[in-house]
Design a protein around this ligand. Structure first.
Ligand code: GDP
Length: 430
């Protein structure tokens, strides 16, 4: 579900805004231990769809923007797609407002500036100073007088990415292939995972294949680790070629591929495995392991070098972990679930064509001997990977450059750049 987070200094009216947007439905206050205890969450239902609204107001103590609060807001923002930056529309900006603005700028998430307590139109004349925050036009609202809430909801829907990400994992579980070069740390990682989990080994009796798939449960979701026997086999006990064949087979069967990367041994092999997986339509999560070997002060440099070596895989999500310290093991599963859902995104035809209409009106489409390419409409017939079919007047007018441009648009606008979506062009008479 889409996630929208309200951020702003104390007393600007965040929780009134939160309650107003939720309407009568009382806030479903999340009561998870730790992080979310101070966060109020609720589902806002509108005609356009639903989104999760989070109020970070409970994180503040006094009106100091302390590091402790920031860290918690960081976590609240992790999966957020949009921030509502609330400022008091009736009083002067304070240093805390500027600090929050600076923080949000660094975060780089889309922000809507919301002026609160603007009880009457005459108050709107005083909103000029809010432009100094650098987030453009404020949307004037009044929770008390129910003003501006429709406009705000409209703005929210305009800024949220066009996608539905609510695919429920199949009952059979999300199948994960663990692949990587020999000694990358695959079997250690597998052991670290299995060491922590209640494991159900499902060995089909009577089969000659010695593949063993293992089920694990994380956060209420079922995952299946494919061919754990193949991962455990020591390289010296198995010819490399066979090991490769096994990984390729696991990739074919997987929903998500975990590409295990040793931060000190990165190169062509990683690129090849990732490309192979993506050609097969499988999303790839880079699992950088052995992170315990990287000293804290070296981490930024190692990360940078890795990014350079894996430049072609820049768009892929990554988790830094270690089989020894077991840091971030849980994140692997969170990210795998997210990738699974993203790869099952279905963009409704109407929304897809609305999106298409908006940007095709703005750009120059390629020409061929003076005759322009026209995109008539688009559909998404398949998920996993999401496949978009564009019906055009002349498929042969689609240049490589234009296709790349379209790839970027789909990746950015539809929020799909982390998964291997496909584009297909079909001819259709006008
Ligand atoms: P595989 O061939 O990909 O299954 O790799 P292994 O799991 O057998 O690991 C290769 C080597 O890396 C072994 O010597 C492991 O002890 C070491 N190793 C694996 N994971 C880690 C880790 O997280 N931290 C450290 N320090 N060493 C690791």
């Amino acid at each position: 579900m889409h996630k929208v987070v309200i951020v702003g200094r104390p007393n600007v009216g965040k929780s009134s805004l939160f309650n107003r947007l939720l309407g009568k439905r009382s806030a479903v206050v999340a009561d998870e231990p730790g992080v979310t205890r101070d966060l109020k969450e609720g589902v806002v239902e509108t005609e356009q769809g639903r989104f999760l609204l989070v109020d970070t107001g409970g994180l503040w103590s006094g009106d100091r923007w302390e590091k402790k609060i920031q860290e918690k807001v960081d976590r609240a923002l992790e999966e957020a797609e949009l921030v509502l930056f609330a400022v008091d529309g009736r009083s002067d900006l304070t240093p805390a407002d500027y600090e929050v603005a600076e923080y949000l700028r660094k975060k780089g998430k889309p922000v809507i500036l919301v002026a609160t307590k603007v009880d009457s139109p005459s108050h709107e004349a005083y909103l000029g100073p809010l432009y100094a925050l650098g987030f453009g036009d404020p949307i004037p609202t009044s929770s008390e007088h129910k003003r501006g809430l429709e406009e705000l909801l409209r703005a929210i829907w305009q800024r949220l990415p066009v996608k539905q990400m609510d695919a429920e994992p199949e009952v059979a579980g999300i199948r994960l292939a663990i692949v990587g070069r020999p000694n990358a740390g695959k079997s250690s990682l597998l052991n670290a995972i299995l060491g922590e989990e209640r494991v159900i080994v499902s060995e089909e009796p009577g089969t000659t294949r010695d593949t063993i798939d293992v089920e694990v449960y994380r956060n209420g979701n079922r995952f299946v680790l494919l061919d754990t026997a193949g991962i455990r086999k020591r390289p010296e006990s198995i010819v490399e070629e066979l090991a490769i064949r096994r990984s390729l087979r696991a990739i074919e069967e997987a929903d998500v591929v975990l590409l295990v990367v040793d931060p000190f041994q990165v190169g062509d092999r990683e690129l090849k495995l990732a490309n192979h997986a993506m050609e097969k339509g499988k999303p790839v999560l880079l699992v950088i392991t052995k992170w315990d070997l990287v000293k804290k002060e070296e981490a930024p440099r190692v990360r940078r070098e890795l990014r350079e070596k894996l430049a072609h895989l820049e768009h892929l999500p990554r988790v830094y972990t270690s089989a020894f310290t077991k840091q971030n093991l849980d994140r692997i599963f969170q990210e795998a679930l997210r990738l699974y859902q993203l790869n099952h995104t279905r963009v409704p035809t109407a929304e897809l064509n609305r999106w298409l209409g908006v940007w095709t009106a703005k750009v120059q489409l390629p020409n061929f001997k003076g005759k322009p390419l026209k995109i008539l409409y688009a559909t998404q017939p398949e998920v996993a990977p999401p496949t978009f079919v564009f019906f055009v007047n002349h498929p042969e007018f689609v240049t490589r450059a234009f296709e790349n441009y379209l790839r970027n648009r789909v990746g950015e606008d539809l929020g799909l750049k982390e998964v291997p979506f496909r584009l297909v062009f079909r001819g259709r008479r006008e």
